[in-house]
Design a protein around this ligand. Structure first.
Ligand code: FAD
Length: 479
């Protein structure tokens, strides 16, 4: 690791020597890019700055998200086209796990059964059609009738040992990498990045407790102002290429520079509930197409053995970071409330389903009421669930930074990468941002190769993480 220059000048920030690539944000997306650049390129100096004292303490924290690898097989809101796109990048995580030593791998990636459950004739018919369409592309899919569901997940299909009365059908996948501790994964990315440069004339420089205050273009470089917690005045770092992976704060930093003004951010928090150990694997429900947030599900929590976690709820919350009230002011800056944003909110509230969903999710946060209301929803998965079994998971759940496209007046469903100028981009990653971390890192590494002209052994990445022989078009380019 490079040593920081420790002589900041009081009047004007001291400028450090250049780094090749600066990554802003030490969540799963920032660290995945660090790993990718360290392992597959020949860049001499890569820096990552994270404003907290530990990696992955915001949305990638193990308690903030649903810990799922979204492959597209049980996400009923994905079209086949989207599912196939997501599948490639989702499978990169499982293959990455094979690069880890078994002890570390077992703390990062988990293999469990998973299913999507249909309840009632309408949902069952939809799932049957989906199975026809998807199973040729996802050969591990199995169509499960009620009795088979009872064999996989007794609590889902049985009440007092008898099959529950409603029509049930499920698509199941027996055993595959399904769950991830995205926090442990982030730590592993940094460890492998350090391994990749060990003994070489290259450096990976990870700076915790360091915030990026501002980014300014300077010739063909960027001057980045950094503030290290408790270390006096800001310093400046010169970077040849900057990728901002700071979650919702990516938009804040972009807009500060005049980029991404076509977007507003609508933060949607998700809460969770614990029950005793009820499920063997992940059980998702059929998604309401109108809702851009993942459907309710239940699954074993990878950090809390013996407990099942249900959720997430979806609460519009005026904060960019769930448990940091001061982020209200940052929220106001990226909301950029005007006619376009009001039009989107009006559209959302104009739809009876969405209105009911938003209001119901608001009530999920009211202490006495929330367990009672949530119980009714969770019983779709475990019909015999009792109120006493259910406990609000205090301190769990992050905020998904859903973006509003102000030009088309639309709430956007997925992530956005804002390519600001050559050598500068901002990634905003709501769900399934954890799943896509390596895919996005591959995309950003290709852009960095093209901009800086470095070596990028894309063939090795594709071989190791995608498991394919490399098409000639992907063969590495010389610098
Ligand atoms: C309820 C919920 C459930 C979810 N479930 C899933 C799921 O099951 N599967 C899935 O794939 N995805 C899921 N997601 C989404 C997933 O958690 C995120 O997409 C992913 O964690 C984003 O990673 P990131 O690195 O981009 O952002 P983050 O993990 O938020 O990291 C951003 C980092 O940037 C740092 N930062 C911010 N500003 C600055 C600055 N100025 N200077 C320096 N550092 C800065 C922050 O401190 C933070 O560490 C879920 C999200 C939520 C909220």
């Amino acid at each position: 690791m490079l040593k920081r220059d420790a002589s900041p000048c009081a009047e004007s920030p001291h400028t450090e020597a250049a780094t090749d690539v600066l990554i802003v944000g030490g969540g799963v997306c920032g660290t995945a890019l660090l790993f990718t650049l360290a392992r597959y390129t020949d860049l001499a100096h890569i820096t990552l700055v994270e404003r907290y004292a530990q990696l992955a303490q915001v949305n990638s924290k193990a308690t903030s998200n649903s810990q799922t690898i979204h492959c597209g097989d049980i996400e009923t809101n994905y079209t086949l086209e989207k599912a196939l796109r997501v599948k490639r990048t989702a499978e990169m995580i499982g293959r990455y796990g094979d690069l880890l030593d078994p002890g570390r791998r077992d703390r990062c990636v988990f293999r469990t059964p998973k299913m999507v459950l249909a309840v009632g004739p309408g949902e069952c018919e939809l799932l049957r059609q989906r199975f026809q369409l998807f199973s040729p592309h996802f050969p591990a899919m199995e169509l499960l009738e009620k009795q088979q569901i009872a064999e996989w997940e007794p609590q889902v299909a049985l009440v007092d040992g008898v099959l529950r009365p409603e029509e049930l059908l499920a698509i199941g996948i027996r055993l595959s990498p399904t769950a991830v501790d995205y926090e442990a994964l982030s730590e592993s990315f940094v460890a492998l990045a350090n391994d990749a440069v060990a003994g070489l004339d290259r450096a990976v420089d990870v700076r915790l407790s360091t915030s990026v205050i501002q980014i300014e273009p300077e010739g063909d470089h960027y001057l980045v102002e950094l503030a290290a917690a408790g270390e006096g005045p800001p310093t400046r770092l010169r970077a040849r290429h900057v990728v901002v992976n700071a979650g919702a704060h990516s938009l804040l930093l972009a807009q500060k520079m005049g980029y991404g003004l076509e977007y507003s951010c609508l933060p949607v928090a998700g809460s969770f509930y614990f029950t005793p150990d009820l499920l063997h694997g992940k059980v998702y429900t059929v998604q309401n197409d109108k809702l851009p947030f993942a459907a309710l599900h239940g699954d074993p929590d990878v950090r809390s053995p013996g407990k099942t976690r249900f959720g997430p709820t979806a609460l519009l919350l005026p904060l960019l970071e769930r448990y940091r009230p001061a982020s209200f002011w940052e929220f106001l800056r990226v909301l950029r409330l005007d006619g376009a944003v009001l039009a989107v909110l009006w559209q959302l509230f104009g739809d009876a389903d969405i209105r009911a969903y938003i209001l119901r999710n608001l009530l999920f946060e009211v202490p006495w009421l929330r367990r009672r209301l949530f119980l009714a929803d969770a019983r779709k998965i475990v019909p015999a669930l009792q109120l006493d079994d259910l406990r609000f998971a205090e301190g769990y759940g992050g905020v998904r930074p859903q973006l509003i496209d102000r030009q088309t007046r639309r709430l956007m469903l997925g992530e956005v990468s804002i390519p600001a100028s050559p050598g500068l981009s901002f990634n905003v990653t709501p769900s399934p941002g954890g799943t896509c971390c390596l895919g996005n890192a591959e995309r950003d590494a290709l852009a960095i190769r093209d901009h800086l002209g470095c070596q990028f052994d894309h063939a090795r990445l594709v071989r190791e993480l995608v498991g394919e022989d490399v098409p000639s078009s992907l063969a590495p380019r010389s610098a």
